[in-house]
Design a protein around this ligand. Sequence first.
Ligand SMILES: *Cc1c(COP(=O)(O)O)cnc(C)c1O
Length: 382
Amino acid sequence: MHLVQSPPRPHRRPAARGIAGLSEAVVDLSAIRENVRTFRQRITQDVMAVVKADAFGHGAVPVARAAVEAGATWLGVAHADEALQLRAAGLRVPILTWLYDAAELMLLGDVDVDISVSTVAELQRAVSTPSVHHVHLKLDTGLHRAGSAPDQWIELTRTAAHYEALGAVTIRGIWSHLSHGSSTDAVQSTHQLRLLRTGVRLARRAGLRPSVVHLANSAGALTLDAPDTDLARIGAGLYGIDELGIGLRPAMRWVSKLTQVRRIRAGEGVSYGHDFVADRHTTIGLVPVGYADGVPRVAARRAGVQCHGVRLPVIGRIAMDQFVVDAGDLAVEPGAPVTIFGDGSCGEPTAADWADWAGTIPHEIYCGIGSRVPRRYEEGTR
Ligand SMILES: *Cc1c(COP(=O)(O)O)cnc(C)c1O
């Protein structure tokens, strides 16, 4: 059976800011590059671009490529399969992964992904996987998550030196992670740097010659003076999360369009439970994204979006797939473009605003954007 076909229409390009689906997250790769360059100018270390969690929702492969183009010399990811994805996409720079299952070790080794090791048991598992070559020993300097307890460190480094002498493994790095990395106060970070320096001295005494020592994350790299470290692991800053206000540029904007517009009368309620009841006649617009797409439900009472240059408040509850905005007496039409967040340069909300409305951090807003939201890549003109 054939469906009735509409007559062929001339191919039309979408309008300049038009979008194809219900919403899209547009990632400006030039902002990623610019943010990498900003860090390279400000810090002494090389940049390890942290593209875990699909590059904080931005898309790991395109972001990794852009970061490497702008001079990042390493990539960092949490999970093994994230590292494998980068290798499969053809990225050749060294990659460090710090969360993996023993069963994944062989695959990681096969494509020369560096792994983090915190204990002798982990080291032995790595050594017994013939393909595994490059290891970074992690010292816990105060975060108290992964990392070798300081009192296990000498044994770990001596064991590592033993295996290295046998040619079973190369200890390429020694590292730690800051507990107060996003703080403007470097007291705790400085303490952790001292502990890491001691750890490196002990490792050298055990015979290890790591080629990279690394400690700082984005904000830590800016606050902590650590010229004797080689890499900074830059995550948040890549995406324009600007914890210290150094002029980073948010790379993602999330845009949608009103799918319906209608008038309601004073006294009428909107959305589940009628949390909002209109106190006047007003125009309401439907935005076709919801908490399944990453719009935080808890933000409903404070949030707003931008439409025709005007901030329209979210009214009523945010549902799984949609929410409603109050356009007042503004002339809006179905299909009107809506910016859920952007870089703020046109007065639109930012991911940082949404984080504020939801009582969280922009990292969680970006990571929460769901798989129903297509990512599109562009090269900005700024
Ligand atoms: C996420 C992460 C980073 C990046 O931190 P940002 O504050 O986002 O720059 C660095 N190192 C480790 C171990 C991480 O898990």
